[in-house]
Design a protein around this ligand. Structure first.
Ligand SMILES: C[C@H](O)[C@H](O)[C@H]1CNC2=NC(N)=NC(=O)C2=N1
Length: 100
């Protein structure tokens, strides 16, 4: 199993990510896109990679906004799997023209 790491440590190398202030160890980020098409394109690309890695995001979409929360359920906290998926999301979001 992947080892648990501090959420504060996890976000250090991740542009735009923050420690989730809610219950449980997790990291979070809200992505904004040009429209629903771009937001859903982002979600589609991420979903395929997440399933391939067997590591799935918690997320919520309204129109051009995608709110993401990452945690590793099996480890009951944040792990490198979350860091890797967060980094992939940042790359895809940039490619999809996400707003800063
Ligand atoms: C059985 C299956 O491999 C596990 O439930 C996987 C699926 N996706 C997962 N996703 C996340 N975010 N955390 C997990 O611990 C996890 N575990």
């Amino acid at each position: 199993m992947t080892a648990k790491i501090e959420a504060e440590t996890a976000i250090q190398s991740l542009e735009g990510w923050a420690v989730d202030p809610g219950e449980g160890d997790a990291i979070q980020k809200t992505f904004r896109f040009a429209d629903f098409n771009a937001a859903f394109g982002f979600m589609t690309r991420v979903a395929l990679m997440a399933d391939k890695r067997d590591h799935h995001p918690e997320w919520f979409n309204v129109y051009d906004r995608v709110e993401v929360r990452l945690t590793t359920h099996d480890a009951d906290g944040v792990t490198d799997k979350d860091v890797d998926l967060a980094r992939f999301m940042n790359e895809v979001a940039t490619a999809m023209g996400a707003r800063a």
